[in-house]
Ligand binder design. Structure first.
Ligand code: ZN
Length: 237
């Protein structure tokens, strides 16, 4: 039987038959794939911990109608994410975003590295989880052709003098004269927070001083934009 080695993160799992678990893996080599962990609901099963949500490790599966995990070496299980509801929701949204943007079987090493960085930050609860989620969304928009142009109006090219609007039909940011269709206003504080977060690496997110109110409102706008770009609604806490 053919065996395949992958580096992967478990991004979804559900019970299957009596003792099995069906899981979705985000792999470095093959993007998103479905696998089955057999017999893992037995208390002494050796792959028991490897099937858990957000586990990162090296997996080997046997190719078949259902790819069956035969061996796993857990690098980390990001267990602390489950201890905080906001952190858990942010991580679940990240999993949802990956499934929505990445066609099955298509590898994306940049997105994979970003996902690991986010899970690391969410596991260590010193960074606001919504800040991590905003950074991930900004990176997804950049990576999939929807980078925000924050300096000038996308339609007329003028510098912004006062209000900015995000056009939900195409994700562009426009001035007051060019806004049309379904738009959402981006306040100065939200614009500044978006600009700062875009320019800041994951590792330095915890140095940003942005109020929770502005973070939550910025996330609301990005979630709306995600919904309009990728047709998938993200979860609220
Ligand atoms: Zn304009």
């Amino acid at each position: 039987m053919n065996q395949t080695n992958v580096k992967a993160i478990v991004i979804a799992n559900q019970d299957y038959k009596e003792k099995d678990v069906l899981a979705t893996l985000f792999t470095l080599e093959q993007g998103v794939i479905s696998v089955v962990f057999k017999g893992v609901k037995n208390s002494n099963a050796k792959l028991k911990s490897a099937k858990e949500l957000f586990t990162f490790g090296d997996f080997i599966y046997a190719n078949g109608m259902l790819n069956t995990i035969t061996s796993a070496n857990v690098v980390t299980n990001f267990y602390d994410i489950t201890k905080s509801l906001p952190n858990f929701y942010a991580a679940c949204n990240i999993a949802k975003i990956i499934k929505a943007v990445l066609p099955a079987g298509e590898a994306n090493s940049g997105l994979f590295v970003d996902t690991l960085k986010c899970l690391n930050l969410l596991n260590d609860s010193t960074v606001k989880p919504n800040l991590v989620l905003i950074k991930f969304l900004v990176r997804v928009f950049e990576g999939f052709g929807y980078r925000f142009n924050l300096n000038k109006c996308s339609t007329c090219g003028s510098a912004f003098l006062n209000k900015r609007y995000i056009n939900l039909n195409d994700g562009d940011i426009t001035c007051v004269s060019c806004k049309m269709g379904r738009v959402e206003e981006l306040s100065n504080a939200e614009y500044q927070s978006l600009r700062l977060i875009s320019l800041t690496d994951y590792d330095n997110l915890n140095s940003l001083k942005i109020s929770s109110f502005v973070i939550d409102r910025t996330l609301y706008i990005l979630k709306l934009n995600f919904e309009h770009r990728f047709g998938q609604k993200l979860d609220e806490i």
